[in-house]
Design a protein around this ligand. Structure first.
Ligand code: NDP
Length: 256
């Protein structure tokens, strides 16, 4: 089957790799992001036959009105979205909760939670009516395991996990599928550059002497889940690089 895949956050990292992956296998892709020049560059880098299968859309997923109206604005040959990859998201800061900016918290909630929820709501009804659809949400191991400085970021990703599971519960009796992909440490994206607000040296340190996951690794997992036989639903895929594991609980000793 030829899929029509809408990928949010397709201007960089996982989203761009996912868009390229589906296009390389002759599926249609709607690439969504805020940076028009990145979307144009993505299109320009593709062979002509893939360019015809790509629709680029400048959309801020936090613009709820625009997102809610999105399905009705799509051209007919891209209108029947079969796979929605809710990938757009960000972490801002790594400070303890009492030192963070409330504006950073708002932006993470607006993007990772409200943006994802509005995109899902916008496309869900059409998918149910057409009896065909797969919602793939990009969560994170930060939604599963706490770590210092993860505060609101990790909480938004825990939301993504539980929302995905709850969607599955509501969609029982339909043909729709829902998957939550939960990556661990991944390099080659802008994630840490965004988290550290352009401090690229600090961002680079995160990946020092580690073979992290790559965008292609995550695109591989997304593609795999989407192309499985239609009776199979992958509820969640938790992926870490072999050089990442768990730290356990911590104890502060002495005076408080
Ligand atoms: P990148 O920063 O490389 O990509 C993030 C993408 O999200 C960009 O394309 C950006 O595009 C888009 N985006 C951000 N805000 C908005 C918005 N308001 N509206 C539309 N698009 C937006 O990061 P990654 O590829 O690493 O991350 C992708 C997802 O994976 C995120 O949800 C992240 O939380 C998650 N993740 C990342 C991990 C990692 O270690 N890298 C680990 C686990 C999860 P633009 O700026 O053009 O709008």
């Amino acid at each position: 089957m030829e899929h029509t895949v809408l990928v949010t956050g397709a201007t960089a990292g996982f989203g761009e790799a996912t868009a390229r992956r589906f296009l390389a296998h002759s599926h249609k892709v709607i690439a969504v992001g805020r940076r028009a020049e990145r979307l144009e560059a993505l299109k320009a880098s593709l062979p002509a036959e893939q360019q015809k299968k790509l629709l680029t859309l400048v959309v801020d997923v936090c613009d709820s009105a625009k997102v809610d109206a999105l399905p009705k604005t799509l051209p007919a040959d891209f209108a029947n979205v079969t796979v929605l990859v809710n990938n757009a998201g960000l972490a801002l800061g790594l400070e303890p909760a009492y030192k963070t900016s409330i504006f950073d918290w708002d932006q993470m909630i607006d993007t990772n939670v409200k943006g994802l929820v509005h995109m899902t709501h916008a496309f869900l009804t059409g998918m149910v009516e057409r009896k065909c659809g797969h919602i793939i949400n990009v969560g994170s191991v930060a939604g599963l395991y706490p770590y210092p400085g993860s505060n609101v970021y990790g909480a938004t990703k825990a939301f993504v996990k539980q929302f995905s599971l709850n969607l599955r519960a509501d969609l029982l009796g339909t043909r729709l599928r829902v998957t939550c992909v939960e990556p661990g440490l991944s390099s080659g994206t802008e994630y840490s550059n965004v988290r550290f607000k352009g401090d690229d040296a600090k961002a680079a340190k995160v990946y020092e002497n580690v073979q992290a996951l790559s965008s292609d690794d995550i695109a591989e997992a997304i593609y795999w889940a989407a192309l499985l036989p239609p009776h199979m639903n992958i509820n969640a895929v938790e992926i870490m690089p072999i050089q990442q594991s768990f730290g356990g609980t911590t104890i502060h000793r002495g005076e408080l």
